[in-house]
Design a protein around this ligand. Structure first.
Ligand SMILES: [Zn+2]
Length: 233
């Protein structure tokens, strides 16, 4: 039976300060689980069951060789291990070679990535970058799943510019800034609309920013706005 282990961020930092990757790492992938949500995790009595549920879904339903990701950052700021670090993840279609995949438990279309979980996430990414910078002549770039997919992942409320700012504050140089999300001229408005609860993705964790708006979606949007303005009266 597959088992997973839970670590503190200090333990992970210690581990990464000594670990030697045998493969080249080009990208760090940033995801949210969407399901389970933060609430699902916090309410679960046996937290490992949540990780095992993901593993089972990835291997049985998706047909992956193991859990898709290398690390899972939990809402309580702990980090679960995952796939062998020397193996490519099942992370982003067409971009798995040379990638490290980080999952964040939560539905950040509606919940907030904040507090100890955000802190652990930033420290984990910084520890990976520091590890790799010492051994490779190039440092990996940070990639949000949605940059290469119709998904909202890692959630409409997670702003890549803010994440990069937090990472760069802890490094004395800037990691290469390849940010397709910030090229999306509409992102600032998408984020604000999500914060107000006006948009929530399509219920499957997808957003498809270039898709047409249907008549029913238009009506829902108008009525959410109407309710919001009425509350503000
Ligand atoms: Zn994702």
């Amino acid at each position: 039976m597959r088992r997973f282990k839970q670590y503190t961020i200090e333990q992970i930092e210690m581990f990464l300060s000594k670990y030697e990757f045998k493969r080249q790492i080009y990208e760090i992938h940033f995801h949210h689980t969407w399901k389970p949500t933060k609430q699902d995790y916090l309410q679960a009595e046996d937290k490992e069951k949540i990780i095992l549920g993901m593993w089972k879904y990835h291997t049985d339903v998706r047909g992956f060789s193991d859990i898709a990701q290398h690390f899972t950052v939990a809402p309580d700021g702990t980090i679960w291990d995952g796939r062998d670090l020397e193996k490519n993840p099942a992370s982003i279609y067409g971009r798995n070679n040379g990638a490290i995949s980080i999952e964040h438990i939560g539905n950040f279309d509606e919940e907030k990535l904040e507090g100890v979980q955000l802190e652990a996430s930033i420290r984990l990414i910084v520890a990976i970058i520091k590890n790799i910078k010492n051994k490779q002549d190039r440092v990996p770039i940070l990639v949000f799943h949605r940059e290469y997919s119709d998904k909202t992942c890692p959630g409409l409320l997670v702003d890549k510019g803010e994440i990069l700012k937090l990472i760069n504050e802890r490094l004395n140089y800037s990691i290469p800034f390849k940010d397709v999300t910030s090229d999306m001229w509409s992102y600032e408005y998408i984020k604000r609309a999500a914060e107000l609860g006006l948009i929530k993705g399509d219920g499957n964790g997808n957003f498809k920013p270039k898709d047409y708006l249907t008549r029913e979606q238009g009506v829902v949007l108008i009525m959410r706005l109407y309710d919001l303005l009425k509350e503000a009266d």
